[in-house]
Design a protein around this ligand. Structure first.
Ligand SMILES: NC(=O)c1ccc[n+]([C@@H]2O[C@H](COP(=O)([O-])OP(=O)(O)OC[C@H]3O[C@@H](n4cnc5c(N)ncnc54)[C@H](OP(=O)(O)O)[C@@H]3O)[C@@H](O)[C@H]2O)c1
Length: 491
């Protein structure tokens, strides 16, 4: 299979927060990988900006270090790295100050595509938007990219939307949810809407339930006191898990067009029912002694530096989408830190055939399950019942029809671009399909807020769970009482 890299048009991309963690780990290495693949055309320029005083030479050295650390050896070509570094510039700017903006203006060429990536704390989104306008840097064609978190509730998200809308049209605003940039997530749309196979079965009549799991092995570590102000519901469910849910539950859009896709996702969010207390389990990981010689590993309360914290590092929810297609099919969502394995997957469990013609013991029987793996090893598998090979009569066994993208697509599959690479190139192309629209974000908070307000008003305490486990005991019960069980968390 031949890789098709279509170069984008020349652009000036300004990265605010260019000295930060995200720029260092994802944005700069990702841009280099796109350059290496030939997608970034001659004449393009990437301008870093942050408060740190340094010149362009020092910024290039900084970018070189980021590439050395975060790009695989196979793509680290000395000549290519030099060529990439030569398109980088740097301007010291304080988002809250007045210095540096005229220097930036002198660098940004308004006749090209202009994009401004706000890889800074959300409190700076407004000041950046204002100054880009006040100094006459952003044209009516310019694009801005904003990072998560987009607000911490409906009220703050509305303020943010209003502030950005004072200076930019919705068609210029790209709200990143990097889960949407993952290859498998987009493939979910291809599988659903480019094949006839699944769509007729994609409803409550045939789907028993859906599980969405995003599990991490790491704790909150040094980010503890910051994380303690948000928790798993705000940090993961309101954005990433809800976006995945939308792509599974949405109706076919009339066209693969940004607003058509986002209209359908919005309808799903609006159809989400309020979640009752009995359908929510929250947890905090407990301290443990590590086997690998690291000794005492702090629990959540210690990491958060808040012994009274009621913030959850784990959450499981049973969610209902109240519409014709999904009435009666529960969606079980769970995400947490310090769990058994690092894995993200969506599992769609189909109902059993209405009548079995085989004399099979019940425990042999397994439903068809379509598993979409986001990480590790992006791919899909479909669990099917077949006859166990051999002369022993008609015995059934469940086997996976497995498709690992890396294996199925050969070299191209192994070369799946990182979500950030894909999303930044979409910004340059002006394609908003994989970015959240303002009304979508607000609708997501409108659903999330009462859930958080509910447990706050009740004074609920998260349940402790063992580090390296699958989460709190009550989360198992959430499914057991429905006669179902969670899939095992494993890599
Ligand atoms: N890191 C991740 O994995 C990740 C994942 C998802 C979302 N995000 C989001 O991405 C954004 C950036 O995160 P990060 O982890 O890169 O944060 P970070 O490591 O703290 O970096 C913040 C960046 O902002 C710059 N900055 C701070 N105050 C500034 C000001 N007044 N004017 C101009 N620049 C300023 C800092 O540089 P100076 O100190 O030199 O000014 C630095 O470059 C945040 O909104 C975060 O929530 C990050």
């Amino acid at each position: 299979m031949v890789s098709r890299v279509i170069p984008v048009d020349p652009f000036d991309l300004v990265v605010f927060g260019a000295t930060g963690d995200l720029a260092n780990r994802k944005i700069l290495p990702g841009l280099y990988r796109r350059f290496f693949s030939g997608q970034i055309p001659e004449g393009a320029r990437i301008i870093g900006a942050a408060r740190t005083e340094m010149d362009t030479a020092a910024f290039r050295a900084h970018a070189r270090a980021a590439i050395d650390e975060h790009v695989g050896a196979g793509k680290r070509d000395a000549a290519q790295i030099e060529a990439f570094l030569s398109i980088l510039e740097y301007v010291p700017i304080d988002a809250m100050g007045e210095g540096g903006w005229n220097e930036l203006k002198a660098l940004v060429r308004p006749h090209l595509i202009n994009a401004f990536y706000f890889s800074v704390a959300p409190a700076l989104f407004g000041p950046l938007a204002e100054r880009l306008h006040a100094f006459g840097i952003a044209t009516s064609q310019a694009r801005i990219v904003v990072e998560k978190p987009f607000g911490r509730d409906l009220a703050s998200a509305k303020v943010l939307n209003t502030t950005l809308a004072e200076h930019f049209d919705e068609t210029q605003i790209y709200r990143i949810d990097h889960y949407l940039g993952k290859e498998t997530v987009q493939n979910l749309m291809a599988v659903r809407f480019a094949n006839i196979l699944f769509e007729p079965l994609w409803n409550a009549q045939f789907v028993d339930h859906v599980q969405i799991t995003v599990a991490e092995t790491v704790g909150v570590g040094g980010r503890g006191s910051y994380y303690d102000k948000s928790g798993a519901m705000r940090d993961m469910v309101q954005n990433h898990l809800m976006q995945l849910l939308c792509l599974i539950a949405m109706e076919p859009p009339y066209h693969f067009d940004p607003d058509a896709v986002r209209d359908e996702k919005l309808k799903v969010i609006r159809a989400l029912q309020p979640v009752s207390a009995a359908d929510i389990v929250r947890g905090q990981y407990l301290a443990h002694r590590s086997d690998d010689g690291k000794g005492h590993q702090p629990g959540y309360l210690e990491d958060a530096e808040n012994p009274d914290s009621r913030t959850e590092s784990y959450i499981a929810l049973r969610v209902h989408v109240a519409n014709w297609r999904w009435k009666g099919t529960p969606f079980y969502l769970r995400t947490g830190k310090r769990l058994r394995a690092r894995t993200s997957e969506i599992a769609i469990t189909f109902k059993e055939p209405p009548h079995s013609i085989f004399d099979e013991a019940d425990e042999t029987w397994r439903e068809n399950v379509l598993v979409i793996r986001l990480q590790p090893n992006e791919g899909m598998n479909l669990k099917m019942m077949i006859k166990e090979p051999g002369p022993g009569g008609m015995r059934l066994v469940q086997v996976p029809l497995d498709m690992s993208f890396a294996e199925a697509l050969g070299e191209d599959g192994a070369d799946i671009p990182d979500a950030y690479e894909r999303l930044i190139m979409d910004v340059i192309r002006g394609n908003q399909t994989l970015f959240m629209r303002g009304d979508e974000v607000e609708a997501a908070w409108a659903w999330t807020d009462p859930i958080i307000e509910g447990w706050t008003a009740r004074g609920d305490r998260p349940q402790g769970y063992d580090a390296g486990s699958s989460g709190p005991e009550d989360a198992l019960m959430l499914m057991h009482r429905d006669g179902r069980r969670w899939r095992e968390i494993r890599e």
